[in-house]
Design a protein around this ligand. Structure first.
Ligand code: FAD
Length: 301
């Protein structure tokens, strides 16, 4: 099933994101994470694609297939194109389809340090259009509430979003953000631009200081003073910081759902504990607006 259809069936789509284990670890180290996440009955689980890409040992496809075929949960396989050629992209798209995966998150990917690319795919619209022409997959794309880190003129980002929709993107998942106003701003601009595809809000519960420093350097997300206060106050107390990070993410989600956003994508970082606590905290809120309950196991006390 194309995930886009879920946005037509439900008022709110709720999903998780996981990443494949590094090649030095056996692939089954992620299996227990999937098992635990599946109990929470998300609408789908997305699986990231290694930076720089690579078709050999494509664990993204294998893990996505397991999510779909063993747990009967829709899977969204991420795919980056910047370091690949058409033959490689064609191989991956066909491989996903043959494994029963129906959705792909079509990304350009980060340009690696030496700036080298194969040159066949220059931006996300190239791979979105290519996947549209060469597969029957549902196609998803990324969006950036605070603008993409490379964009010198953030105002053109909304034009790029429109180009992604025109190239064939069914819906969008946002980069993480810690101030909901950036997301609301993006929704307003998208509406003004005539973008009709749903935009799902990406939320990352922050549980340690190193993680947050890395994220900020990678994607440039703004840290609101309320958030910085929490980090500074609890940085030396692991449990307190984790709990404060979860509470902050829950507050963001409650505000987003109350503002009628179309979906929440939780960057669950292979941490089922965090996903469980957050989902339990917001389960009754999600169930109050969706006719199909999220999961009986989490909506109770
Ligand atoms: P693009 O849409 O191509 O945008 C990249 C830059 O080029 C932007 O500055 C944009 O403004 C500019 N641009 C795009 N099109 C044009 C145009 N036509 N004319 C002029 N300028 C243009 N990375 C991974 O390696 N693996 C993952 O699994 C992964 N998952 C992600 C999931 C989500 C939800 C998000 C938000 C990001 C993810 N990323 C992942 C990171 C992503 O690969 C990077 O943010 C990358 O730098 C941009 O990818 P994109 O598809 O948004 O690129």
């Amino acid at each position: 099933m194309k995930i886009r259809e879920l946005f037509d069936e439900k008022k709110l789509v709720y999903s998780f994101e996981i990443f494949p284990p590094k090649p030095v670890y056996p692939i089954d180290t992620v299996f227990s994470t999937i098992e635990e996440l599946s109990i929470l009955k998300p609408d789908y689980i997305s699986v990231t694609y290694g930076a720089g890409g690579g078709i050999i040992n494509n664990r993204t496809a294998e893990i996505s297939s397991l999510i779909k075929n063993k747990y009967n949960i829709e899977a969204l396989a991420h795919l980056t194109c910047i370091s690949s050629n058409e033959e490689q992209m064609q191989y991956i798209l066909k491989d996903l389809e043959s494994k029963g995966v129906s959705n792909v998150l079509a990304l350009r990917g980060d340009i690696i340090d030496n700036g080298e690319t194969l040159g066949e795919f220059k931006n996300s619209q190239d791979i979105i259009g290519y996947a549209k022409r060469n597969s029957n997959l549902g196609i998803v794309a990324a969006c950036y509430p605070e603008g993409h880190i490379e964009s010198k003129d953030k105002s053109i980002d909304i034009d790029i979003l429109k180009l992604k929709e025109e190239a064939g993107a069914d819906y969008f998942i946002s980069q993480l953000f810690f101030d909901n106003n950036y997301f609301y701003n993006l929704l307003n601009k998208a509406e003004q631009k005539g973008i009709k595809s749903p935009i799902q809000a990406g939320i990352m519960p922050v549980i340690n200081k190193k993680q947050i420093e890395r994220i900020v350097s990678l994607c440039g997300a703004t840290l609101p003073s309320k958030f910085i206060k929490i980090i500074n106050k609890y940085e030396h107390n692991k449990e307190a910081l984790r709990d404060a990070g979860i509470a902050y993410a829950q507050e963001q989600i409650v505000d987003l759902i109350s503002s009628e956003v179309r979906g929440i994508h939780l960057y669950s970082m292979n941490n089922p504990y965090i996903a469980k606590i957050i989902t339990k905290g917001i389960g009754s809120i999600i169930n109050s607006i969706n006719e199909i309950p999220l999961s009986t196991s989490i909506s109770g006390n």
